[in-house]
Design a protein around this ligand. Structure first.
Ligand SMILES: [Mn+2]
Length: 352
């Protein structure tokens, strides 16, 4: 099998033991980051070395970072951007020296992802993350105090309002301009030190509260990839993020960018879209949601994808508690299912 199976792990904040992760069949890589340094600051090399050593003691490889966060000033193109870009490049070099091969990042304004509930209970008693429009509609970030789960609590309401205004002023084209500046600086450094940069889509891939969101669909991916031509300029193709917009054909997108060798990291999960466009995260199995999971994996195998794959968010099942979306049990089931799909696709396509 060409792919490297990976698992996200939250270091000291994660109740899941590395030993348990290493017991998942076929597990290869740990996906994590230095989480105790704020965006815009340099990561201590000792922190990276410690993660590497801890993983190696369990027979795992720390070779994927998720993520090096992009400072809001870079996305807004204001203030000390040059200095922040230098720090970003330095962090890429430090990751490379620690053995990292792939760095995930995103260019989402203000908040990494949007859900309205993190523990919505299904009929079988499992819980998962959901986004319901009827809970979002009617909220006005410029007037109301909004505290959606998962949103960065380090911002005051005043700061959030100021950021919303700043993004409203620059609009989508402003974010594109700032992404271009970022890519032109960062991608050559990544290429030089053998790292693939993998941009995660906006989650969900459409505007929320009018914030400009650009990594959302095939047309915009093409525009983004055209900014810099480099084997280090890649996608983190998150099936559940792209897949919660019905307009995205995730199998076709996987096929297209796998063929172009522009996928470095696959986040594989399923999602169930409701009639009003709301969505619920669900089990990985195709029949549990809207995505054709075999179609996605088959497209990867067809084009000899040899990058990283991780089961993305899972449900909370069997009484497990912990970080929503990041329990051990359902992600382990997802990993086993995904590996089964790869085995089947490789045999079907004569690549076993
Ligand atoms: Mn993802």
């Amino acid at each position: 099998m060409k792919i490297k199976l990976a698992f996200r792990w939250w270091l000291q904040n994660d109740p899941i033991r590395l030993k348990y992760i290493s017991q998942i069949p076929g597990m290869h890589s740990i996906v994590t980051a230095v989480y105790d340094v704020p965006p815009g600051e340099v990561w201590p090399e000792e922190s990276l070395a410690e993660i590497k050593n801890r993983c190696e003691r369990r027979g795992l490889v720390f070779d994927v970072v998720e993520s090096i966060p992009v400072h809001e000033n870079i996305k807004l193109g204001r203030g000390n951007v040059d200095e922040l870009l230098d720090v970003y490049c330095e962090n890429i070099r430090r990751c490379a020296r620690a053995g990292v091969k792939c760095v995930t990042y995103n260019f989402m304004p203000i908040f990494d992802w949007t859900r309205t509930q993190l523990d919505k209970m299904a009929e079988d008693g499992s819980t998962s993350l959901v986004m319901y429009w009827d809970q979002l509609n009617g909220l006005d970030p410029l007037k109301d105090d909004i505290n959606l789960p998962g949103w960065d609590a380090s911002y005051t309401q005043e700061e959030v309002r100021e950021l919303f205004q700043a993004y409203a002023e620059i609009g989508e084209e402003g974010v594109w301009k700032n992404l271009e500046r970022f890519l032109k600086k960062v991608i050559p450094v990544a290429e030089e030190c053998g790292i693939k940069m993998a941009i995660h889509p906006d989650d969900p891939p459409y505007p929320i509260f009018g914030l400009p969101r650009i990594i959302t669909c095939e047309e915009n991916i093409d525009r983004m990839l055209a900014i810099v031509d480099s084997p280090s300029h890649c996608l983190c193709l998150c099936t559940g993020s792209y897949g919660c917009a019905k307009t995205n054909d995730v199998v076709a997108m996987t096929e297209k960018y796998a063929a172009k060798k522009r996928i470095a990291f696959m986040h594989i999960r399923n999602v169930k879209i409701l009639s009003d466009g709301s969505f619920e995260e669900c089990a990985h199995l195709s029949s549990c949601g809207n995505l054709d999971m075999y179609g996605i994996v088959r497209a990867l195998v067809k084009h000899d994808y040899d990058g990283y794959v991780r089961p993305d968010h899972g449900r909370m099942i069997w009484g497990e508690t912990g970080k929503p979306g990041y329990g051990l049990y359902d992600r382990a089931l997802g990993a086993a299912y995904i590996m089964g799909l790869f085995e089947a696709a490789e045999k079907e396509l004569g690549k076993a």
